[in-house]
Design a protein around this ligand. Sequence first.
Ligand code: ATP
Length: 267
Amino acid sequence: MADIPDIVPETEEKPVVHPIVIEGLRNQFGPNIVHEDLKLTVERGKVLGVVGGSGTGKTVLLNSILGLQKPSAGAIHLFGQDITRLSEKKMRAMQSRFGVLFQSGALFSALSVVENICVPLTEYARLKPAMAREIGLMKMALVGLPLDAADKRPSELSGGMIKRTALARALVLDPELLFLDEPTAGLDPIGAAAFDTLIRELSDSLNLTVFMITHDLDSLYAICDEVAVLADRQVVETAPPKVLEQSEHPWIHEYFHGPRGRVSKGE
Ligand SMILES: Nc1ncnc2c1ncn2[C@@H]1O[C@H](COP(=O)(O)OP(=O)(O)OP(=O)(O)O)[C@@H](O)[C@H]1O
């Protein structure tokens, strides 16, 4: 009797699709090359801090990922799709999968808190106003805003409440990916620490991936799984803050051990 070959069931392992994979990115303005062959991968559910000296291209990198700045070369994959090649329609669909909190908060002064939060709902989803308001109120609770602030104007809010309103708006479409540009800038240390805690809790409970540009060393230690350092036109290192402390790269060493670094403060 002929041997019956063992049938080994094929285990089909699905390839991991990361929220962000950047390869060979170049951004150039005339003779000014800001990024050259930049690579970066962000895994699902992780909080990534992005740091770098002034002019190293943190904002240009963010704008490239958001599709606001067309790179000179390279690929930017969001959830497996190279956004540098997407049609306008597909890019719009992609944009509904991420939320953005700009540094200033960028609220509409003529709209109330809850109306500001609901702006993306009217842009991307056709919802009856009453239902949109319900969702807006739920997001207010999620970010720790008192519900009696719903009908206030941005001019009546504290800095921390403006940030929370902008965060609620960034989360209103239940994104998988959240971009934060200097989220704690302008907040007092207690407000900044509370905002850090909120971001970490949201990331953990919603499995939200976070890409955060910051200058705030306390935020890095408090909430980042990893920190990507921009220098020399590239991401020169990506590692947890405690590991980066040991780096011999001159800028990274100065950042952690210089006069304002935590290591030199003995923390
Ligand atoms: N639209 C543009 N046209 C020409 N040059 C630009 C443009 N946008 C940015 N740059 C240049 O790109 C470089 C990086 O700027 P970017 O604002 O990204 O730096 P950054 O790391 O965010 O700095 P900072 O921490 O000071 O905000 C700078 O030299 C800037 O002049």
